[in-house]
Design a protein around this ligand. Structure first.
Ligand code: SF4
Length: 265
Protein backbone atom coordinates (compact mmCIF):
# COMPACT_ATOMS: atom_id res chain seq x y z
CA UNK A 1 0.00 0.00 0.00
CA UNK A 2 1.20 3.47 -0.73
CA UNK A 3 0.42 6.58 1.27
CA UNK A 4 -0.42 9.75 -0.53
CA UNK A 5 -0.52 13.22 0.95
CA UNK A 6 -3.39 15.64 0.59
CA UNK A 7 -3.75 17.90 -2.39
CA UNK A 8 -2.27 21.37 -1.91
CA UNK A 9 -5.38 22.76 -3.50
CA UNK A 10 -7.71 21.43 -0.88
CA UNK A 11 -10.39 23.93 0.07
CA UNK A 12 -12.71 21.51 1.82
CA UNK A 13 -12.22 20.46 5.45
CA UNK A 14 -13.02 16.91 4.29
CA UNK A 15 -9.68 15.17 3.89
CA UNK A 16 -10.54 13.10 0.83
CA UNK A 17 -11.81 15.84 -1.46
CA UNK A 18 -10.69 19.19 -2.84
CA UNK A 19 -14.07 20.87 -3.09
CA UNK A 20 -17.65 20.30 -2.10
CA UNK A 21 -20.60 21.12 -4.33
CA UNK A 22 -24.15 21.26 -3.08
CA UNK A 23 -26.68 21.72 -5.90
CA UNK A 24 -29.34 21.29 -3.21
CA UNK A 25 -29.42 21.49 0.56
CA UNK A 26 -31.26 19.54 3.23
CA UNK A 27 -31.89 15.85 3.81
CA UNK A 28 -33.94 13.29 5.71
CA UNK A 29 -32.27 10.85 8.08
CA UNK A 30 -32.02 7.23 6.91
CA UNK A 31 -30.24 5.22 9.61
CA UNK A 32 -28.17 5.49 12.80
CA UNK A 33 -25.25 7.00 10.90
CA UNK A 34 -27.43 10.05 10.22
CA UNK A 35 -28.35 10.69 13.87
CA UNK A 36 -25.86 13.50 14.41
CA UNK A 37 -25.30 14.47 10.77
CA UNK A 38 -23.34 17.73 10.53
CA UNK A 39 -25.68 19.03 7.85
CA UNK A 40 -28.53 19.13 10.37
CA UNK A 41 -26.20 20.81 12.84
CA UNK A 42 -25.09 23.44 10.31
CA UNK A 43 -28.66 24.15 9.26
CA UNK A 44 -30.04 24.54 12.79
CA UNK A 45 -32.77 27.16 12.82
CA UNK A 46 -33.97 26.09 9.37
CA UNK A 47 -36.05 23.08 8.46
CA UNK A 48 -33.13 20.93 7.33
CA UNK A 49 -35.45 18.05 6.36
CA UNK A 50 -36.90 20.06 3.49
CA UNK A 51 -34.62 19.96 0.46
CA UNK A 52 -34.18 23.24 -1.39
CA UNK A 53 -32.37 23.98 -4.62
CA UNK A 54 -29.12 25.83 -4.00
CA UNK A 55 -29.75 28.41 -6.69
CA UNK A 56 -26.64 30.45 -5.90
CA UNK A 57 -24.33 27.44 -5.84
CA UNK A 58 -25.88 25.24 -8.49
CA UNK A 59 -23.32 26.11 -11.18
CA UNK A 60 -20.31 26.13 -8.84
CA UNK A 61 -18.26 23.49 -10.77
CA UNK A 62 -17.93 25.83 -13.76
CA UNK A 63 -16.04 28.27 -11.55
CA UNK A 64 -13.63 25.73 -10.06
CA UNK A 65 -10.21 26.05 -11.66
CA UNK A 66 -8.05 23.14 -12.67
CA UNK A 67 -8.93 19.51 -12.30
CA UNK A 68 -10.40 18.81 -8.88
CA UNK A 69 -12.05 16.15 -6.79
CA UNK A 70 -15.55 17.39 -5.98
CA UNK A 71 -17.60 15.78 -3.23
CA UNK A 72 -21.11 16.22 -4.53
CA UNK A 73 -23.86 16.77 -1.95
CA UNK A 74 -21.94 17.06 1.30
CA UNK A 75 -25.06 18.79 2.67
CA UNK A 76 -27.69 16.47 1.21
CA UNK A 77 -28.04 13.15 -0.56
CA UNK A 78 -27.66 13.29 -4.34
CA UNK A 79 -30.37 10.66 -4.84
CA UNK A 80 -32.96 11.95 -2.37
CA UNK A 81 -36.43 11.99 -3.92
CA UNK A 82 -37.02 15.63 -3.04
CA UNK A 83 -34.31 16.58 -5.57
CA UNK A 84 -35.67 14.58 -8.51
CA UNK A 85 -36.65 17.74 -10.41
CA UNK A 86 -33.09 19.16 -10.39
CA UNK A 87 -30.91 16.07 -10.76
CA UNK A 88 -30.81 15.95 -14.56
CA UNK A 89 -29.47 19.49 -14.66
CA UNK A 90 -26.81 18.47 -12.14
CA UNK A 91 -25.84 15.50 -14.34
CA UNK A 92 -25.48 17.90 -17.30
CA UNK A 93 -23.05 20.03 -15.30
CA UNK A 94 -21.08 16.92 -14.32
CA UNK A 95 -20.85 15.76 -17.92
CA UNK A 96 -19.85 19.16 -19.23
CA UNK A 97 -16.98 19.51 -16.73
CA UNK A 98 -14.98 16.34 -17.47
CA UNK A 99 -11.83 17.91 -16.00
CA UNK A 100 -13.27 17.34 -12.51
CA UNK A 101 -13.87 14.05 -10.71
CA UNK A 102 -17.20 13.88 -8.91
CA UNK A 103 -17.48 11.76 -5.79
CA UNK A 104 -21.16 11.02 -5.28
CA UNK A 105 -22.03 9.38 -2.00
CA UNK A 106 -25.53 8.23 -1.10
CA UNK A 107 -27.44 6.23 1.46
CA UNK A 108 -30.31 5.92 -1.03
CA UNK A 109 -28.44 3.36 -3.02
CA UNK A 110 -31.61 1.67 -4.25
CA UNK A 111 -32.54 4.85 -6.12
CA UNK A 112 -29.30 5.17 -8.10
CA UNK A 113 -30.17 2.85 -10.96
CA UNK A 114 -33.34 4.67 -11.96
CA UNK A 115 -31.85 8.13 -11.55
CA UNK A 116 -28.69 7.89 -13.61
CA UNK A 117 -28.52 10.10 -16.70
CA UNK A 118 -30.01 8.60 -19.90
CA UNK A 119 -26.57 8.24 -21.54
CA UNK A 120 -24.89 6.55 -18.55
CA UNK A 121 -24.79 3.21 -20.39
CA UNK A 122 -22.67 0.40 -18.97
CA UNK A 123 -19.52 2.50 -18.63
CA UNK A 124 -21.01 5.48 -16.81
CA UNK A 125 -19.28 8.85 -16.92
CA UNK A 126 -15.49 8.55 -16.58
CA UNK A 127 -15.43 11.49 -14.17
CA UNK A 128 -17.94 10.05 -11.67
CA UNK A 129 -17.25 7.70 -8.77
CA UNK A 130 -20.41 6.42 -7.12
CA UNK A 131 -20.39 5.49 -3.48
CA UNK A 132 -22.54 4.45 -0.59
CA UNK A 133 -22.24 5.15 3.07
CA UNK A 134 -22.59 2.63 5.91
CA UNK A 135 -21.95 2.84 9.63
CA UNK A 136 -22.06 -0.79 10.77
CA UNK A 137 -22.98 -4.29 9.63
CA UNK A 138 -26.74 -3.65 9.88
CA UNK A 139 -26.69 -1.62 6.65
CA UNK A 140 -24.01 -3.59 4.80
CA UNK A 141 -26.51 -4.55 2.10
CA UNK A 142 -26.11 -1.06 0.68
CA UNK A 143 -22.72 -2.25 -0.58
CA UNK A 144 -24.34 -5.24 -2.29
CA UNK A 145 -26.93 -3.00 -3.98
CA UNK A 146 -24.19 -0.63 -5.11
CA UNK A 147 -22.11 -3.44 -6.55
CA UNK A 148 -25.01 -4.57 -8.71
CA UNK A 149 -24.79 -1.37 -10.73
CA UNK A 150 -21.70 -2.78 -12.41
CA UNK A 151 -21.58 -5.44 -15.07
CA UNK A 152 -18.41 -7.29 -15.99
CA UNK A 153 -17.73 -4.71 -18.72
CA UNK A 154 -18.38 -1.62 -16.63
CA UNK A 155 -15.50 0.79 -16.32
CA UNK A 156 -16.79 3.25 -13.72
CA UNK A 157 -15.58 3.13 -10.15
CA UNK A 158 -17.44 2.52 -6.90
CA UNK A 159 -16.56 3.43 -3.33
CA UNK A 160 -17.64 2.71 0.18
CA UNK A 161 -17.61 5.30 2.94
CA UNK A 162 -17.72 3.82 6.43
CA UNK A 163 -18.28 6.94 8.49
CA UNK A 164 -19.23 7.40 11.21
CA UNK A 165 -17.92 3.96 12.04
CA UNK A 166 -20.27 2.87 14.84
CA UNK A 167 -19.70 -0.85 15.13
CA UNK A 168 -17.74 -3.79 13.76
CA UNK A 169 -17.92 -4.29 10.02
CA UNK A 170 -17.02 -7.53 8.25
CA UNK A 171 -16.85 -6.83 4.54
CA UNK A 172 -16.18 -10.46 3.68
CA UNK A 173 -18.53 -12.13 6.16
CA UNK A 174 -20.08 -14.29 3.45
CA UNK A 175 -19.73 -14.95 -0.28
CA UNK A 176 -22.37 -12.38 -1.27
CA UNK A 177 -20.58 -9.65 0.66
CA UNK A 178 -17.16 -10.73 -0.53
CA UNK A 179 -18.26 -10.65 -4.17
CA UNK A 180 -19.74 -7.18 -3.69
CA UNK A 181 -16.69 -5.94 -1.80
CA UNK A 182 -14.37 -7.05 -4.61
CA UNK A 183 -16.14 -4.57 -6.88
CA UNK A 184 -15.32 -1.61 -4.62
CA UNK A 185 -12.49 0.60 -5.86
CA UNK A 186 -11.98 2.57 -2.66
CA UNK A 187 -12.87 2.44 1.03
CA UNK A 188 -12.94 5.49 3.30
CA UNK A 189 -13.24 5.17 7.08
CA UNK A 190 -13.85 7.76 9.76
CA UNK A 191 -14.95 7.94 13.36
CA UNK A 192 -17.70 10.29 14.44
CA UNK A 193 -17.07 13.95 15.08
CA UNK A 194 -19.51 15.83 17.23
CA UNK A 195 -19.83 18.29 20.07
CA UNK A 196 -19.86 16.01 23.13
CA UNK A 197 -19.89 12.34 24.17
CA UNK A 198 -23.24 10.66 23.61
CA UNK A 199 -25.75 11.57 26.31
CA UNK A 200 -24.00 14.69 27.62
CA UNK A 201 -26.72 17.04 28.93
CA UNK A 202 -27.11 20.32 27.08
CA UNK A 203 -25.93 19.03 23.70
CA UNK A 204 -27.78 17.82 20.61
CA UNK A 205 -24.96 16.65 18.33
CA UNK A 206 -22.93 13.91 19.91
CA UNK A 207 -20.09 11.59 18.99
CA UNK A 208 -20.30 7.88 19.65
CA UNK A 209 -17.41 5.54 20.45
CA UNK A 210 -15.21 4.06 17.78
CA UNK A 211 -12.83 1.15 18.32
CA UNK A 212 -9.41 0.73 16.72
CA UNK A 213 -10.13 -3.00 16.33
CA UNK A 214 -12.99 -2.12 13.96
CA UNK A 215 -10.61 -0.03 11.86
CA UNK A 216 -7.99 -2.80 11.93
CA UNK A 217 -10.50 -5.30 10.53
CA UNK A 218 -11.46 -3.03 7.63
CA UNK A 219 -7.80 -2.36 6.82
CA UNK A 220 -7.18 -6.12 6.83
CA UNK A 221 -10.14 -6.77 4.51
CA UNK A 222 -8.93 -4.06 2.12
CA UNK A 223 -5.39 -5.45 2.10
CA UNK A 224 -6.72 -8.93 1.41
CA UNK A 225 -8.65 -7.73 -1.64
CA UNK A 226 -6.08 -5.09 -2.63
CA UNK A 227 -8.62 -2.27 -2.36
CA UNK A 228 -7.30 1.25 -1.67
CA UNK A 229 -8.04 2.39 1.88
CA UNK A 230 -8.25 5.91 3.26
CA UNK A 231 -8.52 6.75 6.96
CA UNK A 232 -10.07 10.20 7.12
CA UNK A 233 -10.20 10.70 10.88
CA UNK A 234 -10.48 8.53 13.97
CA UNK A 235 -13.36 10.55 15.44
CA UNK A 236 -13.56 12.55 18.63
CA UNK A 237 -13.85 9.55 20.95
CA UNK A 238 -10.48 8.10 19.93
CA UNK A 239 -8.92 11.53 19.37
CA UNK A 240 -9.69 12.39 22.99
CA UNK A 241 -8.65 8.98 24.27
CA UNK A 242 -5.24 9.34 22.59
CA UNK A 243 -5.05 13.11 23.23
CA UNK A 244 -4.59 13.99 19.58
CA UNK A 245 -4.08 17.68 18.87
CA UNK A 246 -5.79 17.55 15.48
CA UNK A 247 -9.13 15.83 15.97
CA UNK A 248 -10.17 16.14 12.32
CA UNK A 249 -7.43 14.02 10.81
CA UNK A 250 -5.44 16.98 9.53
CA UNK A 251 -2.15 15.63 10.94
CA UNK A 252 -1.88 11.91 10.38
CA UNK A 253 1.65 11.87 11.80
CA UNK A 254 -0.08 11.82 15.21
CA UNK A 255 -1.46 8.37 14.41
CA UNK A 256 0.26 5.06 14.87
CA UNK A 257 2.01 4.33 11.55
CA UNK A 258 -0.25 1.39 10.83
CA UNK A 259 -3.19 3.79 10.47
CA UNK A 260 -1.38 6.34 8.30
CA UNK A 261 -3.00 5.08 5.14
CA UNK A 262 -4.43 7.48 2.62
CA UNK A 263 -4.78 5.87 -0.76
CA UNK A 264 -6.84 7.00 -3.73
CA UNK A 265 -8.76 4.88 -6.22
S1 SF4 B 1 -28.13 10.77 4.29
FE1 SF4 B 1 -26.26 11.96 4.67
S2 SF4 B 1 -26.88 14.12 4.50
FE2 SF4 B 1 -28.75 12.87 4.73
S3 SF4 B 1 -29.17 12.93 6.94
FE3 SF4 B 1 -27.98 11.08 6.50
S4 SF4 B 1 -25.84 11.67 6.86
FE4 SF4 B 1 -27.04 13.56 6.66
Amino acid sequence: MSTLGQSNLQTSHIQWTDYTWNPWLGCVRMSAGCDFCYMHRMMQGQNSSVVTKNTGGFNKPFGIQGSQKIFTCSMSDFFIDQADAWRLDAWKIIKSTPQHTYLILTKRVGRIKNHLPPDWGIHGYPNVILGTSIEDQSVINRMVTLSKLKTVDSKFKLFLSIEPLLGPVDLIANKTLEDAFKLMDWVIVGGESGDAPIGTPGYTFYYRPCDLAWIDKIIADCKLQNIPFFLKQVGNHLANKYQLKDKKGGDISEWDPRYQIRMWP
